[in-house]
Write a protein that binds this ligand. Structure first.
Ligand code: ATP
Length: 507
């Protein structure tokens, strides 16, 4: 990373662009031309004319992930050729595979493997009364603070947290030291209009969460499926929030995907169910995604933090290079949502228990997570750089090698197919045959450009667990070399056994 980029991070963090700034500073070496780098920065660092503070921060590691994500086609800024759009991102060829793998894994764990959880795909735009009933129209707000001088906007609560100051009036604009206009509550829902005329009667919202789509379909599911309490309804889908300060790459965006489940239980059973789901959700991260245990923790909310209707709430946090942050929330929501929808819709949403002949509104446990935050956590967890490279047997390139030690279930590409040379037709056509054979069953990538060592490293960097090399010997013995990303061990496998070999290794 260039020094100017370092400086820019620091500046943007100070300006509130990154409200979670959490840096370790290390004074490294001296450097010339410091003035241009630190122009305007004297207040942070007094430096001699020929000395430079190279600020090595935890953010450097985060920046590495950001630039890796862009460089290797995982994530692109949205609308980039038009200068981008703040808080929106596009997912490239590798990103879409990783996202799909996260969603597939969640669906398998939450729906497929449980007989009492069913799926749903509800619409993004719904009757606006839903948001009145859920409280979003009135309460889904963040405190917006605007500087009287430079008119930059910030999240007031984030500034207070960062400054450790409880009285907002004492806080000055981090950008220009100006005073703030007293914060006002800003509703995060995106508005739109249904129909050709932009009038109040047609006003609607892009959903800020997928959960309400579940509550309003709860009765349809009761009536059409043979579900019995306790049961869950799970949904994956887009959500939109007009965040005041989107940032930290894809951690806080204005458009994102949620994976949510509402689990309906008999009142009185909610505490047991809450503990059960908290454990289950942690188990998904550690056992299914193989996220390192030491990078995960549970943070239980204290009573002041809880919504008035909630009985309990806990966040699963991941240790990002910029600090510990929420990737999932698990909430015990009582019967608040169903009660509200009964009130606003006039429909009876009670559950009739055929065994006890009782009717009641069930209580709800809600595990809710964001695909993009898990995506980011998975990259941070798996990304490694090896100084001087890993190769010991051959003449190594001796430059820094990047390695994505991501679990095979998440790896965007499962198998790379590499002809040893690209200018020998029999080798190339054999490699293409292998690609065709395996490509129908696994996500494969064919790559013939560059030396074989360079191609292995390219695949290591994007986390491909296996590489298959077709060489001259293949033409003689019908076998290929299979290389393992993590151990770098190689074994010869007959082409006709490859499919089964990979079914065993990858499933
Ligand atoms: P935060 O406090 O970070 O704003 P939240 O508590 O408002 O998050 P929830 O409403 O509980 O978040 O949403 C559930 C999950 O959805 C979060 O744990 C997170 O993974 C994801 N999520 C929420 N807001 C965003 C966002 N703006 N960008 C990306 N993911 C998000």
């Amino acid at each position: 990373m260039g020094k100017n980029e370092n400086w820019r991070n620091w500046e943007s963090a100070e300006a509130g662009g990154s409200p979670f700034f959490n840096a370790d500073f290390v004074i490294l070496i001296s450097f010339a031309k410091v003035e241009s780098i630190f122009a305007g920065g004297e207040k942070y660092a007094k430096i001699k004319p020929n000395q430079c503070l190279i600020i090595k921060t935890m953010e450097d590691n985060f920046e590495k992930i950001v630039s890796f994500g862009k460089r290797r086609g995982f994530v692109f800024p949205s609308s980039e050729i038009y200068g981008g759009l703040g808080g929106f991102y596009d997912f490239g060829p590798l990103g879409v595979e990783l996202k799909n793998n996260i969603k597939k894994s969640w669906w398998k764990f939450m729906v497929q493997e449980r007989e009492n959880v069913v799926g749903l795909d509800s619409s993004i735009i719904m009757n606006p009364k839903i948001w009145e009933a859920s409280g979003h129209t009135e309460n889904f707000t963040d405190p917006l603070a605007e500087c009287k001088c430079c008119h930059k906007r910030f999240r007031a609560d984030h500034l207070m947290e960062k400054e450790g100051e409880e009285d907002f009036e004492k806080i000055k604009c981090p950008e220009c030291e100006g005073e703030f206009i007293p914060p006002r509550q800003f509703n995060l829902m995106f508005k739109t209009f249904i129909g050709p005329v932009e009038e109040d009667a047609g006003k609607a919202y892009l959903r800020p969460e997928t959960a309400q789509g579940i509550f309003v379909n709860y009765k349809n599911i009761l009536d059409t499926q043979r579900v019995k309490i306790p049961f869950g309804i799970a949904q994956i889908g887009k959500a939109f929030r007009n965040e005041i300060t989107p940032g930290n790459f894809i951690f806080r965006t204005r458009e994102f995907e949620q994976m949510e489940m509402e689990y309906f239980v008999k009142p009185g059973e909610e505490d047991k169910a809450f503990d059960f789901w908290l454990n289950e959700r942690m188990r998904w991260y550690t056992d299914a995604l193989k996220i390192k245990k030491e990078n995960l923790r549970i943070r239980k909310h204290d009573s002041e933090e809880l919504a008035h209707y909630a009985k309990g709430c806990a966040d699963i946090e991941y240790k990002f290079p910029i600090g510990w942050f929420e990737i999932e929330g698990i909430a015990s929501r009582t019967d608040f949502d169903l009660k509200q929808h009964e009130k606003y819709s006039g429909q009876d949403l009670k559950y009739f228990d055929p065994e006890t002949k009782e009717s009641y509104l069930p209580y709800v446990i809600e595990p809710s997570c964001g695909v993009e935050r898990i995506f980011l956590a998975a990259l941070c967890d798996a990304y490694e750089e090896v100084e001087g490279g890993r190769t010991e047997t051959t003449e190594a390139v001796k430059e820094k090698e990047a390695l994505l030690k991501i679990d095979k279930s998440l790896a965007p590409i499962k198998i790379a197919i590499l002809p040893l040379v690209k200018n020998k037709e029999p080798v190339v056509s054999k490699a293409k045959e292998v690609y065709k054979e395996l490509g129908g069953n696994f996500q494969c990538q064919y790559d013939e450009t560059g030396t074989i060592g360079r191609r292995y490293r390219r695949q290591d960097e994007i986390g491909t667990p296996f590489a298959v090399t077709v060489d001259f010997e293949t033409l003689e013995d019908g076998a290929v070399t299979v290389r393992n990303r993590d151990t770098m061990e190689q074994e010869r496998i007959k082409i006709e056994e490859l499919k089964n070999y990979f079914f065993q290794k990858l499933n």
